[in-house]
Design a protein around this ligand. Structure first.
Ligand SMILES: NC(=O)c1ccc[n+]([C@@H]2O[C@H](COP(=O)([O-])OP(=O)(O)OC[C@H]3O[C@@H](n4cnc5c(N)ncnc54)[C@H](O)[C@@H]3O)[C@@H](O)[C@H]2O)c1
Length: 444
């Protein structure tokens, strides 16, 4: 917005409410993204109300309990007791909010097409209650155009003019669960409004809670930023997974190669191979872009190739494991395999889209006898059937034919594992710290 452009009256009122510390913030969806965001906004001095369809989450917050690893019970309790954090399933209270941030899931359908039904459901809740002076921001990761093409028309039905009476923006959530250094509050916030006034209002709302705000020219640009970031990761992980396969064929240790390449102080950024892709973001988000581009008759070849390589990794792990057992005169069928780590990444409790699911499903289909251990996860099932969880003791490790390390959690006693296992197949280089050259430890 240029100096000569006059801010709409409703925007001025919203900005005044920020200055006076009166702004009411609503967060729809209190999951891995929504709860940390709500807590950060509380710390920024805002009064925050979280809306969720899950009564258990609402009850937990109201009781001062967290269910997300990156937010402590103390943090939730402090904000609830200070009267800054509330949670509810009563969507009528959306009408009281000045700013509403949508943080609901955006999964894929089985066909790899986007499922924006949660976004539409949340938007519908707002649409019936939208009033003059409100700001709505979509934070859920989605394809470029969603805010303008799907969210805006539903909210516009109210007859209010966007950019004058109310404001709409997209701001990608970039949280990296369990990252000890970068959290919601110290990760810059990219913001793009559907009009210049929308961008301005959204940027000011965020700035008080997250000081580094980076405005972009449109909501569509902000949507694309997030997809570039996650596509970048998808493709680099695909590349390094292929390098792992190449190194194996050449008889080289891929981990040594990456560590050496990473000594170059410019032009190289290390990515590491693994048993596959996991989590709610990297395996999913780039397909939102592919889908959108297919509708424009363009094929996203890099995304498709990297996805193909990453999706082949669980089977690659199973093939390697089968060979390792065969070398010891054991068939995969009937072998006892202890999967160490079932969360999709280090020091995280999230098992959504975890490669452990794919690897263990393939092993189960081939008749392997599975059990698992993960210090962060208490329940794990394959297709609804619970798999036996065992403690990580010298006895349990020794009782298995192989320990298959699928997640490199810190705080696991890898020395105990290596000293007692008959065989370790380490797909994450988790045993690196031991500096072991034991022939019983084999790496991806
Ligand atoms: N988890 C991450 O690391 C991460 C990082 C960046 C971006 N994102 C994106 O953020 C979005 C949310 O992801 P998440 O991991 O927080 O999901 P989540 O499943 O942990 O949380 C989503 C919450 O939304 C609630 N919900 C569903 N439908 C609702 C509705 N109609 N009204 C109110 N609440 C509803 C669910 O009950 C749940 O509590 C997704 O688009 C995701 O791609 C996630």
């Amino acid at each position: 917005m240029t100096q000569s452009e006059v801010m709409p009256e409703a925007a001025g009122e919203l900005l005044r409410r920020i200055e006076q510390g009166l702004l009411e913030v609503g967060v729809i969806g209190l999951g891995y993204v929504g709860l940390p965001l709500a807590e950060v906004f509380c710390r920024g001095g805002y009064s925050v109300t979280g809306f969720d369809v899950d009564q258990r989450k609402v009850d937990a917050i109201t009781a001062g309990r967290s269910y997300i690893g990156d937010v402590t019970d103390e943090q939730v309790r402090a904000q609830v007791e200070a009267g800054r954090l509330h949670a509810t399933t009563d969507f009528d209270r959306l009408a009281e909010m000045d700013a509403i941030l949508i943080c609901v899931p955006t999964p894929l359908r089985k066909t790899l097409d986007p499922d924006i039904s949660y976004v539409l459901a949340a938007t519908r809740e707002i649409a019936g209650r939208l009033r003059r002076g409100q700001l709505v921001v979509l934070e859920s990761t989605t394809y470029p155009g969603t805010t303008e093409e799907a969210v805006l028309p539903m909210l516009a039905e109210r007859g209010l003019e966007v950019g004058r009476d109310w404001f709409l923006a997209f701001s990608p959530e970039r949280v990296d669960p369990s990252n000890p250094k970068y959290k919601t509050e110290n990760t810059p916030k990219v913001v793009g409004g559907v009009t210049p006034a929308c961008s301005k209002v959204a940027a000011e709302v965020y700035r008080r809670a997250i000081p580094a705000v980076h405005p972009v020219s449109s909501a569509r640009a902000a949507e694309m930023v997030k997809l570039l970031e996650n596509t970048f990761r998808l493709i680099n992980i695909g590349l390094v997974n292929e390098i792992a396969v190449i190194c194996e064929k050449l008889g080289l240790d891929v981990w040594e190669i990456i560590d050496a390449a990473a000594t170059k102080p410019f032009g190289f950024m290390p990515f590491y191979p693994g048993p596959g892709l996991g989590g709610h973001c990297i395996p999913i988000d780039p397909h939102y872009l592919s889908w959108k581009l297919r509708s424009l008759n363009y094929f996203t070849r890099f995304i498709d190739l990297a996805s193909e390589i990453n999706r082949s990794m669980p089977m690659h792990v199973v093939h390697r494991l089968t060979e390792l057992l065969n070398d010891r005169g054991l068939p995969l069928k009937g072998s006892r395999i202890l999967a160490l780590g079932v969360a999709y990444k280090r020091d995280c409790a999230d098992t959504r889209e975890s490669p452990a699911i794919d690897v263990m499903t393939l092993l189960a289909e081939r008749g392997a006898r599975l059990s698992w251990y993960d210090p962060h996860v208490s329940e794990f099932s394959l297709d609804g059937t619970p798999v036996e969880r065992v403690p990580l003791t010298a006895e349990s490790v020794a009782a298995h034919d192989v320990v298959l390390i699928l997640t490199d959690h810190s705080g696991v006693d890898y020395r105990l594992v290596v000293d007692n296992a008959q065989l370790v197949f380490d797909t994450r280089n988790a045993t690196k710290q031991l500096g072991t050259d034991s022939p019983r430890v084999v790496k991806l």
